[in-house]
Design a binder for this molecule. Structure first.
Ligand SMILES: Cc1ncc(COP(=O)(O)O)c(C=O)c1O
Length: 388
């Protein structure tokens, strides 16, 4: 891997991370559910208003917990966007579910709610909207539709902690929602996640599933005099050392959001006009979505231009990256009947999207270099149809 002058991502300290990690070690409790886990949990529950927030080893594991909680059975169908990370769907496929891939909206790149009704069958068990780039999916349409048909909504909110849809926090709409604290996210602890439980009837079982199928959480609260195996489960607890790191990041959430907002606005202001001239799409969150400032992307006119721009930036020491490979066209997705042309917006965006360097410590001077390099890129002249 070549060294880049400006990497794509770089984790940063915001203040108390090392102090709190040392404190966790000094206290002699670095396994799960120590005092830092409790502090993170309390902060998130208070701020978001979720019935319970359970810290997990990853967002992937929080999604797996959601699939267990919903009792997903072989043959159940789960509607997911094709344009997402593999865990959004794999968590349900692990339980035997059949993924039903939906296309995305061309504007927000979120699950296109207009396609949902046509994908429902008597076997549909859940819809998993992904709030791409921390911009809310159209929950005003998704929630009533799911309610009408008795289907669960699990929000994959890996990108969108503290973002809002019509004033309400993302992650508080579905019966369950998942967060990621992976090092590429806004608020990080290396590897980590959380399950947000909004439907209180799931709380007790969620605690059991997270604790290897035991009622250990009840034992620690003094509600039973010994703990034992009561259900299925696994080891989904975050180490308290990581929770200590996470606690410091959560305390700095306003600072982190302010920094990321500045970075996002810098790119937007510097590239808006260039993008319009060259037929490049830049993120434009709708006014009713207060975004998380998770990423800045360009949707370029073609795959060739995207690949050339990556090389052009690389030659200047700048790492830009693309994602996601459409899930319906992946090796696994094709086994579930995925075929080219099924999700045309996903297929186009996947070939043309490019993410620019974006991390809390990205300096304005570095960003200016990224912008300068993009403006110097020889974009092909647009073909404008003649009026005659
Ligand atoms: C939309 C989405 N969901 C889930 C995940 C998985 O997160 P984690 O790495 O915490 O398991 C990612 C990771 O990038 C993601 O982008």
């Amino acid at each position: 891997m070549p060294e880049y002058l400006i990497p794509f991502n770089k984790p940063s300290l915001t203040g108390n991370e090392l102090l709190y990690v040392a404190d966790a070690i000094r206290r002699g409790h670095i396994a799960g559910d120590g005092s830092f886990t409790r502090k993170c949990r309390e902060l998130l529950e208070r701020e978001l208003g979720a019935a319970a927030v359970l810290l997990t080893t990853s967002c992937t594991h929080a999604l797996e917990m959601a699939a267990l909680l919903l009792d997903i059975q072989p043959g159940d169908e789960v509607i997911v966007p094709s344009f997402t990370f593999v865990s959004t769907v794999n968590a349900f496929v692990l339980r035997g579910a059949v993924p039903v891939f939906a296309d995305i909206r061309p504007d927000t790149l979120n699950l296109d709610e207009a396609h949902l009704e046509g994908k429902l069958t008597p076997r549909t068990k859940a819809i998993v909207p992904v709030h791409y780039a921390g911009v809310g999916c159209e929950m005003d349409t998704i929630l009533p539709l799911a309610k009408r048909h008795g289907i669960a909504v699990v929000e994959d909110n890996a990108h969108g902690l503290f973002a809002r849809y019509r004033g309400r926090y993302l992650g508080t709409f579905g019966c369950l929602a998942t967060q990621s604290f992976h090092e590429t996210k806004n608020i990080v602890c290396g590897e980590g996640g959380a399950l947000l439980v909004n439907d209180p009837s799931f709380v007790e079982r969620a605690e059991i599933i997270r604790e290897k199928g035991t009622n250990r959480a009840r034992f620690f609260r003094g509600q039973v005099d010994k703990y034992t195996w009561v259900d299925v489960g696994s080891s989904f607890l975050m180490s308290d050392m990581l929770a200590a790191y996470l606690r410091a990041q959560l305390e700095s959430r306003e600072l982190i959001t302010a920094r990321r907002r500045r970075i996002w606005e810098f790119y937007h202001e510097a590239l808006d006009e260039w993008a319009a001239v060259h037929d490049v799409q830049v993120p434009t969150p709708p006014p009713h979505c207060e975004q998380a400032y998770h990423m800045f992307y360009l949707v370029l006119p073609s795959l060739e231009i995207r690949q050339d721009l990556i090389l052009h930036l690389k030659a200047r020491g700048i790492l830009s990256v693309f994602h996601y490979v459409p899930l319906h066209l992946s090796e696994m997705g094709m086994k579930f009947g995925g075929r080219p042309g099924q999700c045309p917006v996903t297929e186009r965006v996947s070939s043309c999207l490019l993410r620019l360097p974006f991390y809390n410590d990205l300096a304005a001077s570095e960003q200016a270099e990224v912008v300068q390099a993009i403006l110097q890129f020889p974009m092909p002249v647009r073909c404008v149809a003649s009026a005659s």
